[in-house]
Design a protein around this ligand. Sequence first.
Ligand code: SAH
Length: 351
Amino acid sequence: MTQSGLMTDLKSMTLEEWKEFMAGIGEKSFRAGQVYSWLHEHLAVSWEEMTSLPADLREKLSGYPLTVLEPVDVQISAIDGTRKYLFRLGDGNVIESVLMRYHHGNSVCISSQAGCRMGCRFCASTIGGLARNLLASEMLDQVYRIQKETGERVSNVVVMGTGEPLDNYDNLLRFLKILTGEGGLHISQRNVTVSTCGLVPRIYDLAGEKLQITLALSLHAPNDEKRRELMPIARKYSVDQVLAACQNYFQKTGRRVTFEYSLVAGVNDSEEDARELAGRIRRLHGHVNLIPVNPVKERTYVRSSRRNVEKFKIMLEKYGIPVSIRRSLGSDIDGACGQLRKTHMDKMKML
Ligand code: SAH
């Protein structure tokens, strides 16, 4: 990882680590705060622009690579202004991020991995498997580049793009600390959501981190049999085990868990499914977010009808469960999650 045990990806370092780093290169400790602010508050893209630093310090820093993502494509929805970004990483991998504009503020959906190895049957991000984990700096820079490009403050971050964030746990935590900590963008932890397919041991770990972030669990089915058809991870952990981990998350953090439920016609969208789901989660104080499945061309799943989505919602509400239906933003620009990245990679293969 480093000279003297510190990392060489300087943009992933916490303020504490910067202090040690400065001591290691013979600099005063207050310089740490200055560089940190250039990186995480002013969103600098080069060492040279850090003009409040002495030239010899900038010279020392210039020996280290600075993680900055390169936008290769931006698609803008004519309907609602949603922007989908395709970024190139230093090693040529590409990832996607989405900016959604709501009246309560701007929300950025970031990727946590290049590709994914979880294999959910309806998801485009997993088709090519996992390329690699993203560094904390690469997660941060998705937010930074978008805020810089639009000139508008990002107030919410959802880790719901490509990848399984809890499969990249250490980098995720580092990302969360820098994103929400003082001296950076200082985004409120309550405005950050991490979505997981349900890596049970990691959900327990996250509950112990004393964070106030929202956990979203991709449940998608009311029982083990149906969940196993849609999500390979359900063969490893049962619905009971996942829900127990969510209950523990709520008890430890006081934060209500969101259950994501993608409705697939004829697979998980019947009234019986809704009733069974309600029976399992009604005591968990959670909230259900219904997502009519986005069709992925490599898969045969079909989205539930508007009528079935409404019926499903009403049934859950009868049991006192709060439900929202996810508004489909940017429906005119490359449908489902992971599609933009996939389209780009397919094009590259054809060249
Ligand atoms: N790996 C994490 C986060 C990434 S996916 C997770 O599983 O939660 C973000 C959300 O989008 C998940 O709920 C996922 O199941 C859902 N999703 C993926 N592909 C989808 C599709 N084609 N239609 C609807 N929801 C989808």
